[in-house]
Design a protein around this ligand. Structure first.
Ligand SMILES: [Zn+2]
Length: 347
């Protein structure tokens, strides 16, 4: 167990982003996380990170000016940026604070002031592209943080793990030609937003640095853990990340009303344990989760706690990992290994 605290971004401001009463991406998600954290026996280990708005320079590393201006124009208003993506008067400020505070959390981990961290922020980010908001996302929080780590902090290699049930099309697009950022995604397919085929591997210098694992609906803990153990782990050991950012969507949970997957909270914990193995080897203390989707609030609360249990060293996910090692590997795993094997000589 580490003697350092776990950094956490957690503030009522993120409940003020309100896309509308029937919208699944609701403030109730954070209320449920609050409740779960308050009941968590390990909560003493959490250290709050102060809120800070992202600067224009930080956002402009991944977003075009036209996009920044369009989102800024929603300040103080109810507006619609895309059929799925609405703002309330506080949304712009919440979006700025989500991205900026995530950067500060990453810096705290990088400097060893905290060991690992979680940014429990809204609005989410991984669908936001350089030029547009979409899929409930205004700014691409994780991409902004990754760009900060490579450009402002000079890290040579950052791993982004996206276990949200949807493909992070925005993040993929932003780093598609960039070998400094390895983007790895498991996602339901066919499904929104329609991107994320196995054959989408990056382009130019970034070829081989995008790794997609599309999955049919109905997959559970064992499938996900096998993919993390038998595909992500060996590739990550070859890539040697200096930092691991997680697009932590909990909409692959079995209770989720939008996703069709069957992960459990313990399964999310086991995935975090695989990431811990990678981090312990290459970047101790440098796993930072950023909340993306997850639309069954109690399941999101339980899953966040399961991940924190592993980051805090209170759990190692061994039971789920053991069961997964005896389960049959999904067909797509071999296909994804063959694709990744063209770039990573580890299979
Ligand atoms: Zn999602």
């Amino acid at each position: 167990m580490s003697d350092k605290p776990i950094g956490i971004v957690h503030d009522p401001l993120f409940q003020e982003h309100d896309p509308g009463s029937f919208h699944p991406e609701s403030p109730a998600r954070l209320v449920a996380i609050d409740r779960a954290l308050n009941e968590w026996a390990g909560r003493e280990v959490l250290q709050p990170i102060l809120l800070r708005e992202a600067t224009r320079e930080e956002l402009a590393r991944v977003h075009r000016d036209s996009h920044l201006e369009r989102v800024a124009a929603t300040e103080g208003k109810r507006a619609s940026l895309d059929p799925d993506t609405q703002t309330s008067p506080a949304s712009y400020r919440a979006a700025l604070a989500a991205a900026g505070s995530l950067i500060d959390l990453c810096d705290a981990a990088l400097e060893g002031r905290v060991a690992h961290g979680a940014a429990l922020v809204r609005p989410p980010g991984h669908h936001a592209t350089p030029t547009r908001a979409m899929g409930f996302c205004l700014f691409n929080n994780v991409a902004v943080a990754a760009a900060h780590l490579v450009e402002a902090r000079g890290l040579e290699r950052v791993l982004i793990v996206d276990w949200d049930v949807h493909h992070g099309n925005g993040t993929e697009e932003i780093f598609y030609e960039d070998p400094r950022v390895l983007y790895f995604s498991t996602h339901q397919s066919p499904f929104y937003p329609g991107t994320g085929a196995v054959g989408s591997v990056g382009r130019g210098e970034g070829e081989g640095y995008t790794l997609n694992v599309p999955l049919y609906a109905g997959q559970g803990d064992s499938t996900f853990v096998r993919i993390f153990e038998d595909l992500l782990l060996p590739v990550a050991n070859a890539f040697r990340p200096r930092f691991i950012l997680v697009s932590a969507g909990f909409d692959a949970h079995r209770a989720d009303p939008l996703g069709g997957m069957r992960l459990t909270a313990a399964g999310y914990g086991a995935l975090t344990a695989v990431l811990r193995d990678i981090a312990d080897e290459h970047c101790p203390g440098c796993i930072v989760l950023a909340l993306e989707g997850g639309y069954d609030p109690p399941a999101v609360g339980r899953s966040v706690v399961a991940c924190l249990e592993v980051l805090a060293g209170r759990s190692d996910g061994a039971e789920v990992r053991q069961a997964a090692s005896q389960a049959q590997a999904p067909e797509v795993l071999r296909q994804a290994q063959a694709t990744a094997g063209r770039y990573w000589k580890v299979f």
